[in-house]
Design a protein around this ligand. Structure first.
Ligand SMILES: [Zn+2]
Length: 299
């Protein structure tokens, strides 16, 4: 995705609607709904900032306030440019995990705005540049006038955190639209708990903002597991059309993920059947998730 190819126009067009899949009678429907770049919930705007090849940083602010939160400063230049364009001053950087494509811009943002607080999980001390705040699971804090709750969601890395604010969850590389991150440090059991228990406790209409634009390839894999799932087919067609126009496919919602994401569907008969040969004695949902993850690694 070329920088600058993501015009404001694209966001505006996108903000008019995104796919919402309704569960009724097994037929997925595409409904118009409020989307990115708009005020929602208690009134926080979320701006997507495409970075690097397919990363997203996010800027959050209350309408009328010039104070902002940066989620995952992947690289400094596009984040600083978008802050300037919107007239925003960052007060905090929230790091979902320590990988360089999520924290590579921290020092550049700090150089321009000294004193910005940098939040990350407590065990990521020394791995997140500029980290000032070392979070516990379920810790709540305020930044830029926005209340945020951190959920520790290990699996992709051991220090991975989701940030939940105003009906939105910023899930980094743990929960993607229609996928999950690779198990670089954690176990399949940890990833199962992070996705299905911790994030799984959030309401259906929680908006999911993840770290990468992987939606189309993730849905292709999901479709290979569940070729008869109409929600997957519908969302894949929509996501492909969005990408063809250079538009983001995010946010998703937890409802959509429960209908399309194989890693949230490890108890589904069709999914279990697809990995049957890979399962030994252990047929637990955690073992199914491990098998699905291994298949995705080779997809
Ligand atoms: Zn990562």
């Amino acid at each position: 995705m070329p920088r600058g190819g993501w015009g404001r126009q694209g966001f505006r067009a996108f903000s008019e609607g995104f796919v919402r899949l309704s569960a009724g009678c097994g037929v997925a429907k595409v409904l118009r709904a409020e989307g990115a770049g708009r005020a929602y919930g208690g009134g926080v705007e979320v701006h997507l900032v495409p970075c690097l090849k397919d990363n997203y940083a996010y800027l959050l602010h209350r309408p009328g306030s010039s104070e902002a939160i940066v989620v995952d400063a992947s690289e400094d230049a596009p984040v600083l440019a978008e802050l300037e364009r919107l007239g925003l001053t960052p007060k905090a950087i929230l790091a979902t995990h320590h990988h360089v494509d999520h924290v590579g811009g921290n020092e550049g943002v700090l150089a321009r705005y000294p004193g910005v607080k940098v939040f990350g999980y407590r065990t990521d001390r020394g791995r997140i540049p500029g980290q000032t705040d070392f979070l516990e699971d379920a810790q709540e804090f305020d930044a830029a006038g926005i209340s945020v709750k951190a959920l520790h969601i290990p699996g992709h890395t051991l220090g991975a955190v989701a940030y939940v604010a105003e009906g939105a969850a910023f899930t980094g590389d743990t929960l993607f639209a229609a996928g999950c991150g690779r198990l670089f440090e954690g176990t399949a059991a940890q990833m199962y708990e992070s996705l299905n228990i911790k994030l799984g406790a959030l309401p259906d209409d929680t908006r999911i903002y993840c770290g990468h634009e992987y939606t189309v390839s993730n849905l292709r894999f999901a479709e290979s597991l569940e070729p008869n799932n109409p929600a997957i087919a519908t969302k894949l067609a929509w996501a492909q059309a969005a990408r063809d126009k250079g538009e983001p496919t995010l946010p998703s919602t937890l409802r959509e993920e429960r209908m399309t994401n194989p890693f949230l569907r490890v108890a589904e008969k069709d999914v279990v059947a697809k990995v049957n040969e890979r399962l030994a004695q252990d047929r637990s949902p955690q073992a199914v998730l491990a098998a699905v993850r291994a298949m995705k690694d080779a997809f």
